[in-house]
Design a protein around this ligand. Structure first.
Ligand code: PDD
Length: 278
């Protein structure tokens, strides 16, 4: 496999980063995960806008032509359906210090891995998931796509140890999002999702759901969601780039409504499929 590291396209085995890299020492880095279908980036502009937001928020200057680099990397790895991982750390100095110099050279790394084209596979191939609700132990800037994912990893592990697939997180009595996805619910034909802010990541898939719903005349509202509201929903969904929109069929051992994939989910998946084919 070919990867991109600091301006060069090289073999994966050749790609190494210093142990003094601040990404490794401090998690002083941000990232994106971007799906490519048939060699084309899906919502690439939106991902790159969010990347700029993350970089600006932590004051990293990385002046690269991301679109050209990532599209070329995908082509060099055979095109088709690939997920691109892009990470930019503040860089590396010869020691470990909390303070950094303003002129550090960022470390830029990108690689690809195969994904299945969920849209080509169709709605029937999507199995719903089971989830637990657990405390959101993250920091106050969840809008930054930081590689500091320890709380996310711990809640996912907790989910697995509880025998389910996903962890939904709750903070001050309100649901925020999943460990690596956003959260939506449906109640009487309306899609509800937590407001964008520093408590959640502004998901590109979340945004697309809101856009497609608006075009299709499905009402949406960004609101506070507490535990009771979640548990009383007609449908619950999670969304992310690599998985699109997935129905949650059981939460904390209780079925969501009748425990089956809902009709509005099926409609939304159809809207996604149509959008992806355009
Ligand atoms: N995660 N919330 C969190 C905490 C996430 O990590 C992600 C994405 C999302 C959804 O964002 P988007 O729709 O733009 O993918 C929401 C990626 C896929 C990951 O960490 O692998």
């Amino acid at each position: 496999d070919t990867v991109f590291l600091n301006g060069e396209f090289i073999a994966q085995q050749q790609a190494t980063v210093s142990v003094f890299d601040r990404g490794f020492l401090f998690g002083d880095s941000v990232y994106e995960v971007i799906p490519f279908y048939r060699g084309q980036g899906f919502r690439l502009d939106e991902h790159l806008q969010r990347l700029e937001h993350s970089l600006r928020a932590i004051q990293i200057n990385a002046d690269y032509d991301w679109k050209t680099i990532l599209t070329r990397l995908v082509a060099m790895n055979g095109g088709g359906n690939l997920s691109v991982y892009l990470q930019i750390s503040r860089g590396c100095s010869g020691n470990r210090s909390h303070i950094y110099a303003a002129d550090m050279v960022p470390t830029v790394f990108a690689c690809c891995s195969p994904i299945k084209n969920i849209y080509a596979a169709g709605a029937d191939s999507i199995a719903g998931v089971r989830a637990i609700v657990t405390a959101d132990l993250r920091w106050g800037r969840c809008d930054i796509k930081s590689t500091g994912l320890l709380p996310n990893i711990l809640v996912m592990q907790q989910a697995r140890q509880s025998g389910v697939d996903e962890a939904l997180m709750i903070r001050d009595g309100l649901l925020t999002e999943g460990a690596s996805c956003n959260l939506m619910l449906v109640d009487k034909g309306v899609i509800y999702t937590p407001k964008r802010g520093s408590e959640i990541l502004g998901g590109t898939t979340r945004e697309l759901i809101l856009e497609l719903a608006a075009e299709d005349g499905i009402p949406t509202q960004e609101v506070d969601i507490d535990y009771d509201r979640l548990m009383a929903a007609d449908e619950v969904w999670i969304s992310s780039s690599t998985r699109a929109v997935v129905p949650v069929l059981e939460i904390d051992g209780q079925p969501v409504a009748d425990g089956n994939k809902g009709p509005l989910w099926a409609r939304m998946f159809e809207l996604f499929t149509r959008y992806q084919n355009d």
